[in-house]
Design a protein around this ligand. Structure first.
Ligand code: HEC
Length: 139
């Protein structure tokens, strides 16, 4: 009986926290927002794939997280869609043979490659010139 209560409370805690997190993200308008009514069908498919298959390493927003086992995971955001497609197809065909990316790309259909590339290429960033931030070195 006690076990059932414990399991239930863990279940509700996780569900509640997930709901809270979703609401918070939706308010800040981050890419994790659950309100996706403005997304095209391809973006919806791409986002779902990215969430399950890519975000641990490249982040949902394409800014590399260190969840993978490599410290040299590239950022993908603000990259051209065609470039991302070309790279993913090269990994898929083993033209680029990479222990992680080749396996992952082989899990994607050509439509999914297009969809995840659409997702990452649609995320825009602002560029800051280091000169403007750091200022000119004193003379
Ligand atoms: C386990 C961690 C991991 C996961 C998960 C992962 N990647 Fe990667 N990805 C990497 C690493 C590491 C590289 C750099 C590979 C290299 O050096 O060629 C990379 C490279 C890439 C590149 C090439 C970037 C460039 O500029 O050359 C693309 C595109 C890419 N990943 C897309 C994806 C997509 C889309 C997914 C999900 C379907 C995904 N990756 C999942 C680790 C990961």
């Amino acid at each position: 009986m006690k076990l059932i209560f414990t399991s239930l409370s863990i279940f509700f805690t996780i569900t509640f926290q997930t709901l809270l997190a979703d609401t918070k993200q939706a308010e800040t308008g981050s890419v994790g927002a659950t309100v996706s009514k403005n997304l095209t069908e391809e973006l919806r498919v791409g986002k779902a794939k990215v969430e399950t298959l890519c975000s641990a390493c490249h982040g949902l927003d394409g800014v590399a997280a260190s969840g993978g086992n490599s410290v040299i995971i590239p950022n993908l955001t603000a990259q051209h869609k065609d470039y991302l497609i070309a790279k993913l197809k090269d990994y898929k065909s083993n033209k680029i043979d990479h222990p992680q990316m080749s396996i992952i790309a082989q899990m994607l259909t050509d439509e999914e490659i297009s969809a995840v590339s659409e997702w990452y290429s649609r995320i825009k960033i602002r560029i800051f010139d280091p000169n403007l931030i750091l200022g000119k070195p004193s003379q």
